[in-house]
Design a protein around this ligand. Sequence first.
Ligand SMILES: *Cc1c(COP(=O)(O)O)cnc(C)c1O
Length: 448
Amino acid sequence: MLRLRNLRSRKIVSFQINKMSKKPSTPSNRPPSIDQIARAISDLDLPHPLLVDAAREAVNNANGNDVVEEARKIGEIISRTLLTDVINATGVLLHTNMGRSPIKIESQNQNFRFSNLELDLETGERGSRQDRSSKLIARACGAESALVVNNCASAVLLVIAALAEERGVAISRSELVEIGGGFRIPEIIEQSGAHLIEVGTTNRTRRKDFEKAITKNDVSLVLKVHQSNYRIVGFTETTEISEMTGLGVPLVADIGSGLIDSACPWLENGPPKWLIDEPAAKQSLESGAEIVTFSGDKLFGGPQAGIIAGKAELVELCAKHPMARVVRPGSLTLSALQDVTISYLERRASSIPFWKMATSTVDELKIRANKISKKCATETSATPGGGTLPGVEIPSAGLKLTGDHVEFFRQQNPPIICRVDNDQTFIDLMTVHPSDDVFIDNAVKKIQ
Ligand SMILES: *Cc1c(COP(=O)(O)O)cnc(C)c1O
């Protein structure tokens, strides 16, 4: 099992610290050396050079305070800057600040192991790292072929670079999207070497507008981008994928969120209500998109990755482009993606952490909330997050505490991330793994 650094498992060796902080074991009464201070806080489980940094900074800030105590505080701050497990109690299912989709990485073996990443076990020759997860993903979304890259931004960049080759990319003016973190469609098109051909108007774009743009310009592909994180309402008209086929150039749909099939056959009760209108890879391809691109860590529920799926010859052009090598995924990503995709193919949604959490019922969550505190239990609204489904609320349950305790919860070990609204702190249990309720219980007890 490969996990992030886990604060919970640290041992505290307190007797030694107390001894050191009160009475440094130096021969005379000189202040302890940097090295002695660093050793006195060695229970912090940081590499020695970082303990030395903390000790040095403590001596510099000393001001008559106990240097070991000061070094401990600094060390704890350093420790908290490292990547670590946290409890997401925000109710935001895909929280970009917390790595979007939760994933479980399991390895069959605790020993070190190589993998057949680029080895063909039949022939013993060099194979392709794209042979496994990509084929499974293609199967799961009904595509001829697929290619895995670093993230969806690189998927879009690669597709345009490979298929547009410095020619025009036609896109509706209503879809010139900016996704958080600086991904802007016009800039991506420019960076890929192609040029943007804006079609229609901000609120209304029709097939005729695309036809006109293609006659008047040198268009190499038509791009449809899902308005993931915003909606245009009122006097609007969008061109659906099915109305954009047969324009004489490939149709690429950047669906972003990575829902692979709108029927959600991996869920016993079919798609949840809140998923309405979210484009899915399978249906986008069936409607006539020749390529779809999407993220691995949004509704797909996997690790950070980008997927390019669709017509084999177009996917092949992407795979052969020099940029494909620049944005290729590593074996950890491919292994995690393979696990998630197999769960889809086996229709075992419960083994995909995202879908397990997203389909927990309010009743189940209420039982958990009441167990922690009957007094604080409350209904809440969770949201999909991750720049998908803006404004969508998912009925959920959790705890409500008077006052702003966000910082207190964040300082817990493991850190509990929650939200405050109107001077009330909300702990949403939909995004919390049931085995972590005990940490919330302990923290809530400290407040009351
Ligand atoms: C999220 C999103 C992206 C960017 O995906 P990353 O995996 O974060 O690079 C691109 N396009 C759309 C439509 C998106 O929703």
